[in-house]
Unconditional design. Structure first.
Length: 268
């Protein structure tokens, strides 16, 4: 399916070459091939190749990045995976429902699925760069999955969602007026939205809306809101303008404007 080409699977600091190879195999099994590695702890080619088996082409094309921001820079949506609950993570969506939503926007947008380290998953620092969260339902007694297992489960659900949407597209082709209305808009990539969010954070701190010593709680919520809706280029432009204006007001610029207005009234 065309939408499968729009997904990138990002392994953040994987520690096991075997897991990297097994993840490559999982992606090929389900029809995906964009594997990205962020600062991998090991790249022992023999061990990775042994686990990849016939997915050596996916493994050979895997790209390595120095940090998570670089790995997702071209993606409009970054989805963090988590097995832990509580706090910000409590808003994580079950994988099956999330897969259908992601497939619906994948035709127009590049989507990154981000997996954390084997020993501790994704920390809040990495989740700050994700605008959606998903969790794989498991038995509560032991919710933690092996990295490669998590990759294959997510890839499977996305493959199934793509198959269902393809069937729906065939049906919609008989009524093209409805198909046109269903097309998802093209959202801006993280390389544009992340700097905008950084400016928004600075602006909200400057006007006292969020505390400068702990802005993450509110910024997580804002990132999630924007992640659900997606941002077009025009909308990102508007939010950048809002952030600049808030900073300008906080730094006293409005006083100068008020003085100019008062002076203008006196002249009349």
């Amino acid at each position: 399916m065309a939408s499968r080409e729009r997904f990138a699977f990002v392994l953040f600091k994987p520690q096991s070459a075997g897991n990297i190879g097994a993840a490559a195999r999982a992606l090929k099994n389900m029809g995906f091939d964009d594997l990205r590695l962020v600062a991998p702890g090991t790249l022992k080619s023999r061990e990775a190749a042994a686990m990849a088996v016939h997915a050596d082409d996916v493994l050979a094309r895997a790209t390595v990045y120095p940090d998570l921001a670089a790995a997702i820079a071209d993606c409009s949506v970054a989805v963090g995976t988590t097995s832990r609950r509580g706090g910000y993570r409590s808003r994580a969506n079950p994988l099956r429902a999330a897969a259908a939503e992601l497939d619906a926007i994948a035709g127009s947008n590049k989507i990154a699925i981000v997996f954390g380290r084997e020993d501790r998953g994704l920390t809040n620092r990495e989740l700050k760069l994700c605008n959606r969260l998903v969790t794989i339902p498991t038995a509560p007694e032991y919710p933690s999955l092996n990295l490669a297992q998590a990759v294959v489960v997510v890839a499977y659900e996305l493959m199934m969602a793509a198959g269902e949407s393809a069937a729906a597209e065939i049906e919609a082709a008989r009524a093209p007026q409805f198909a046109a209305a269903a097309r998802a808009p093209h959202f801006v990539a993280a390389a544009i939205s992340d700097p905008m969010l950084a400016r928004m954070e600075e602006a909200l701190v400057s006007i006292g809306f969020i505390p400068d010593d702990n802005p993450d709680h509110i910024m997580f919520a804002i990132r999630e809101i924007l992640g659900r809706s997606g941002l077009t280029a025009r909308e990102a432009e508007i939010l950048n303008g809002m952030a600049r204006q808030m900073r300008w007001v906080a730094e006293g610029g409005y006083r100068t404007l008020a003085e100019k207005r008062r002076a203008g009234k006196k002249l009349r």
